[in-house]
Design a binder for this molecule. Structure first.
Ligand code: TYM
Length: 333
C-alpha cells in the first residue's frame, strides 16, 4: 500500500582528509549500506571540513574522487541514496554561518575533537577548526535528518547539533528535525593495531588498515598487531584491549558473535588468531578494492553520480535554507 508517511531521513559524511580506513568502514559506512533500504539516505564527501587542516590540493581532489568510488564499491547505491560532494552544495556554508550565530563560544570550546586537533596542529589553529561542528550541524539540519550513523568519536558533535537545532526551534518555532546519533553496537570505536589505547586513525599508516591496502599489507599489519602477554583469545576491553579490538574486527568482518569467535580460537595461540583476522579483513575488502579500481577507470560515470547527487541535495537543502531565511527575517531572494 502506498503511504504518504515520509521515510525517515539519514545524513552522514566522511572527510576526504586521508584514505578511508577500516575504522570508518566499521563505524560508519557498513551501517550506511545496511540502512539504505529502510531510510531515505544522503551521504556526503565533506571536503569543506577537510580544509580545516592544511591539505595538498591535488591529493584532496584525488581522494574525494576515490572516496566516491569507494562509497559505491562498499555498496552504496546512487539510485537509492543521494551521494554528493559538500562543496557542490553552497547551502552548507550558508546555513553554517547562520547557525554559528546560535552557537556559544563555550560550547565549541568543550568539543573533544577541537581540543585534540588543536594540539596536533598547534601551529595552525584556525577559526575553521573551531567552528567545524557548526558546519557539521548545518550538514545534518539542512536535510532534516532523523538519524546520523557515525562512530563513537562523532557522538558529541551530533549532540551539539541537536542542541543548536533545539535552540533555534525554541526561538523561531519548529524549523529543524532533531537528529539522533546512530552508533553501532559492534565497531563504533576500532582501535589502532599499533596501540590499542588509541583510536584507529587515517594518519597512522601502520596502526590502521586502509580499504585499498594490498592483501600483503593487511596481513603484515595484523601480524604485528600489539596484544598482551597472555595466550587466551578472550574479550576483555580493560585487561586485553588489543585482543578485544581484534575480536571486534573479526566479528564485524564475519558476522560472528564474540562468543562464537572465542570458542573458535579456544586453545589456539595469538599467531593463528591474528592470521585469521587478517584473512577475514582481506576477504571483506577484496571486492571493495577491485570494484573501486573498476569505478575509478570510469570517470564519466563518477561525474554523473556526483552531479546528480548535488542536484538532488541542492533541492532538499534549498528548501530548508529558504525556511530558515524566512524565520530569521531575511527578505526572500
Ligand atoms: P571522519 O571523517 O573523521 O570519520 C568518518 C566516520 O568514521 C567514523 N570513524 C570510526 N569509527 C570507528 N572506529 C574508528 N577508529 C573510526 N574512525 C572514524 C567516524 O565516527 C565517522 O562516523 N565530523 C565527521 C564528518 C562529518 C559528518 C557530518 C558526519 C562532517 N559532517 C555530518 C556525520 C554527519 C568526521 O570527522 O568524520
Amino acid at each position: 500500500m502506498e503511504s504518504n508517511v515520509r521515510k525517515k531521513r539519514i545524513f552522514s559524511g566522511i572527510q576526504p582528509s586521508g584514505e578511508l580506513t577500516l575504522g570508518s568502514y566499521m563505524g560508519a559506512i557498513k551501517n550506511w549500506v545496511a540502512l539504505q533500504d529502510e531510510y531515505d539516505c544522503v551521504y556526503c564527501i565533506v571536503d569543506l571540513h577537510a580544509i580545516t587542516v592544511r591539505q595538498n590540493p591535488a591529493d584532496l581532489r584525488r581522494r574525494a574522487m576515490e572516496q566516491l568510488a569507494q562509497y559505491i564499491a562498499c555498496g552504496l547505491d546512487p539510485e537509492k541514496s543521494i551521494l554528493f560532494i559538500q562543496s557542490h552544495v553552497p547551502q552548507h556554508a550558508e546555513l553554517s554561518w547562520i547557525l554559528g550565530c546560535y552557537t556559544q563560544f563555550g560550547e565549541l570550546s568543550r568539543m573533544t575533537q577541537f581540543k585534540q586537533k588543536s594540539q596536533q596542529h598547534a601551529d595552525n589553529i584556525t577559526a575553521g577548526l573551531f567552528t567545524y561542528p557548526v558546519l557539521m550541524a548545518a550538514d545534518i539540519l539542512l536535510y532534516q535528518a532523523d538519524l546520523v550513523p557515525v562512530g563513537e568519536d562523532q557522538k558529541q558533535h551530533v549532540e551539539l547539533c541537536r542542541d543548536i537545532a533545539q535552540r533555534f526551534n525554541g526561538v523561531y518555532s519548529e524549523t529543524f528535525v532533531l537528529p539522533e546519533p546512530f552508533i553501532p553496537k559492534m565497531g563504533a570505536r576500532i582501535m589502532s593495531l599499533g596501540n590499542p589505547m588509541n583510536k584507529m586513525s587515517k594518519s597512522d599508516p601502520e596502526g590502521c588498515v586502509y580499504l585499498l591496502d594490498r592483501p600483503e599489507d593487511i596481513r603484515r599489519k595484523f601480524k604485528r598487531a600489539v596484544t598482551d602477554s597472555e595466550t587466551s583469545v578472550r574479550f576483555d576491553k580493560e585487561a586485553k584491549p588489543g585482543i578485544s579490538n581484534l575480536l571486534t574486527i573479526y566479528c564485524a568482518s564475519t558476522g560472528k558473535t564474540v562468543e562464537e569467535a572465542e570458542a573458535e580460537f579456544a586453545g589456539q595461540g595469538y599467531g593463528a588468531f591474528k592470521t585469521a583476522v587478517g584473512d577475514a579483513v582481506i576477504e571483506l575488502m577484496r571486492p571493495v578494492r577491485e570494484e573501486t579500481e573498476r569505478l575509478l577507470a570510469d570517470k564519466a560515470y563518477l561525474e554523473s553520480v556526483y552531479r546528480e547527487g548535488a542536484r538532488r541535495a541542492q533541492y532538499l537543502a534549498g528548501k530548508t535554507l529558504a525556511k530558515v531565511h524566512r524565520k530569521v527575517g531575511f527578505i526572500a531572494r
